[in-house]
Design a protein around this ligand. Structure first.
Ligand code: SAM
Length: 165
């Protein structure tokens, strides 16, 4: 269920700290057809509408070579999210999960990520499919899709144990 700004039963908010640990620079903005959270998809789809990622100067220089990649990982700042919830009930049904167990936009650092398909490039604007953010969402970063990269180091004994209970 899409939230506006309410705290639901079974959710918990914390006091927001005075200071921040890092400064971000928004390197562009994302133009999409979605003006409200109610109409915005929960996750992007490869067959979704073509959206525009406008990269600001001087960061447009960072686009050099991007056309070599069919898929990109886009990071964006979900600027209309509240940031103070530690426990959430996305379905508002009394069931609660910690924020780090959810992909909800509501999080202390509201960074969203999508794997997008590069459709075209017009100057400093990327045309992509696969986004799920509101129109005018600030752009944080763009990277080649990590699954296109092969790890440089060969597997070492014990690698398989990582992540196992
Ligand atoms: N794909 C990203 C991820 O997994 O990190 C974001 C997933 S999040 C569930 C997508 C939802 O965030 C949308 O359906 C919309 O309700 C909300 N949303 C999109 N853009 C937003 C923005 N700029 N500010 C706040 N909420 C936003």
């Amino acid at each position: 269920m899409v939230r506006e700004d309410e705290i639901r039963p079974a959710e918990r908010a914390v006091e927001w700290p005075d200071a921040t640990d890092a400064g971000l620079i928004f390197v562009g903005r994302i133009r999409t057809p979605w003006l409200t959270r109610m109409t915005c998809p929960r996750q992007g789809r490869a067959d979704g509408p073509v959206c525009r990622i406008e990269v600001f100067e001087p960061w447009d220089q960072c686009l050099h070579g991007v056309s070599d990649f069919a898929r990109l990982e886009v990071l964006y700042w979900l600027h209309r999210s509240r940031r103070d919830l530690t426990l959430q009930s996305p379905a508002n049904n009394g069931l609660t999960r910690g924020t780090f167990a959810l992909r909800e936009p509501v999080r202390p650092n509201p960074i969203g990520t999508s794997i997008v398909h590069l459709i075209g490039i017009e100057g400093s604007t990327l045309l992509v499919r696969g986004l799920d953010c509101l129109d005018d969402t600030p752009l944080v970063d763009i990277k080649p899709d990590r699954t296109l990269f092969i790890p440089l180091a060969p597997p070492t004994p014990g690698d398989a144990d990582i992540g196992e209970p």
